[in-house]
Design a protein around this ligand. Structure first.
Ligand SMILES: Cc1cc2nc3c(=O)[nH]c(=O)nc-3n(C[C@H](O)[C@H](O)[C@H](O)COP(=O)(O)OP(=O)(O)OC[C@H]3O[C@@H](n4cnc5c(N)ncnc54)[C@H](O)[C@@H]3O)c2cc1C
Length: 380
């Protein structure tokens, strides 16, 4: 009997990237539409369940696998990478505390490709300070009732469930993290996503009007929300965002390298023969490798429980978000007018690259947190 070969998540995502994501990236951006085809492929390959433990039918991956996978997706399509990242962060929240039958059932459904998730943290009133929500949960019998509005919900109405952060039913309790099915009565998505980049990420507002959530959908104990934000969501989202942005930078660099070696003048010389262009190539490849190495190392530290992991995790997003802007600018410069036009995908990488810095934790907030950490000052 021959043993069956199980491809690794990296092999799976490379195949999906080549066959589905890369060919559709320009269309997703142009038509501002959710990457349905890629999500179908994630479902068929089991990648939707990357972070679902094997006991619930998933691939049993960790945050290192998440970084590798989103970096590869981001190299081809930023929108698809961000949608997948938000789904994976939502999955990771449930995987971290599968304490009720209801939560375990979400994991099985995600692994079977039946559910797409997302994070609904941001609110207009508190903006980048996603860890201080204004919406509140009220106890109604066996339910928590939610009222309020979440903004910038990636995946939007394409998601089957969202992880919402809300004030717990009493002030002393702190925050709750809850799973909300998007087909629950009282959940309404509004608007369309009109960003300069990540145009397919369907990041829209979600209104919650008297939405009743079973108590079994609270992740962790009631009131554990703040711990969950910093110990579960932050490492996953920050590392993943670093991976997405490193992928975008790599995609821009690869496109520029390809262009400058193939663009020939009538003299027979290529752009790559020009020293100034070679300097840009050197800078870009160093920045890409530095960010990539740093984020993979930070992920290793997070997975192994290293006591300095969180500092490295925060630094990885700072580096990745600043690098992706440097690299995409340089990529456009070396590609000249062709880079400025839609002839090449460089302009898309440059637009997509702008999101990472303004997505929470934003680069300003990360700088404050990293600065405080190295100076031994508590974050709050
Ligand atoms: C493409 C995209 C997808 C997103 N997807 C999601 C999602 O799926 N789920 C979700 O919950 N949210 C999501 N967000 C929201 C995101 O994480 C932020 O909450 C949101 O971008 C904050 O925008 P704002 O204009 O309200 O920022 P503001 O709070 O108005 O901040 C504006 C600027 O001021 C700076 N600033 C604010 N306070 C301080 C301070 N104390 N010190 C220094 N600087 C400060 C910020 O860093 C920022 O640069 C998404 C955002 C984008 C752009």
């Amino acid at each position: 009997m021959t043993a069956s070969y199980n491809p690794t998540p990296i092999e799976l995502v490379k195949q999906v990237a080549n066959e589905v994501i890369a060919p559709l990236a320009a269309t997703i951006d142009q038509e501002k539409r959710f990457p349905k085809e890629a999500f179908r492929a994630f479902r068929d390959t089991g990648l939707l369940g990357l972070l679902v433990p094997k006991t619930y039918g998933g691939l049993g991956g960790n945050l290192g696998d998440l970084v590798s996978v989103v970096e590869i997706i981001g190299e081809y399509c930023g929108s698809t990478a961000m949608c997948y990242l938000m789904h994976s962060c939502a999955t990771f929240v449930i995987s971290s505390h599968p304490t009720t039958e209801a939560l375990q059932s979400y994991l099985r459904e995600i692994a079977r490709g039946k559910k797409i998730g997302t994070l609904a943290f941001s609110e207009t009133g508190t903006g980048a300070h996603f860890y201080i929500p204004e919406i509140k949960a009220t106890h109604k019998g066996d339910y928590l009732q939610l009222n309020g509005r979440k903004s910038f919900v990636t995946n939007g109405d394409e998601a089957d469930f969202l992880i919402a952060i809300t004030n717990a039913s009493s002030q002393e309790l702190g925050l709750d993290m809850v799973v909300v099915d998007t087909d629950t009565i009282g959940v309404h998505f509004e608007g369309t996503w009109e960003g300069i980049g990540l145009r397919g990420n369907n990041s829209i507002s979600c209104e919650l009007n008297d939405v009743n959530i079973p108590l079994s959908n609270i992740v962790g104990e009631e009131g554990d929300g703040m711990d969950m934000i910093f110990n579960v969501v932050a490492p996953a989202f920050i590392l993943g965002s670093s991976g997405v942005n490193t992928g975008l930078a790599r995609g821009a660099y690869r496109t520029a390298l390809d262009h400058v070696t193939n663009r020939k003048y009538t003299t027979g010389k290529s752009l790559a023969d020009i020293p100034a262009i070679q300097y840009y190539l050197a800078e870009m490849c160093c920045y890409v490798e530095a960010a990539s190495t740093f984020v993979h190392d930070a992920a290793k530290k997070a997975v192994s429980g290293d006591s300095t992991a969180m500092l490295h995790v925060m630094q990885s997003k700072l580096l990745a978000c600043e690098n992706v802007n440097l690299v995409t600018n340089k990529a456009m410069q070396v590609c000249g007018g062709n880079g400025y036009s839609k002839e090449l995908p460089v302009e898309r990488y440059l637009r997509d690259a702008k999101a990472g810095s303004v997505m929470a934790p934003t680069v300003e907030i990360l700088k404050e947190w990293v600065g405080k950490t190295v100076a031994g000052i508590p974050l709050f």
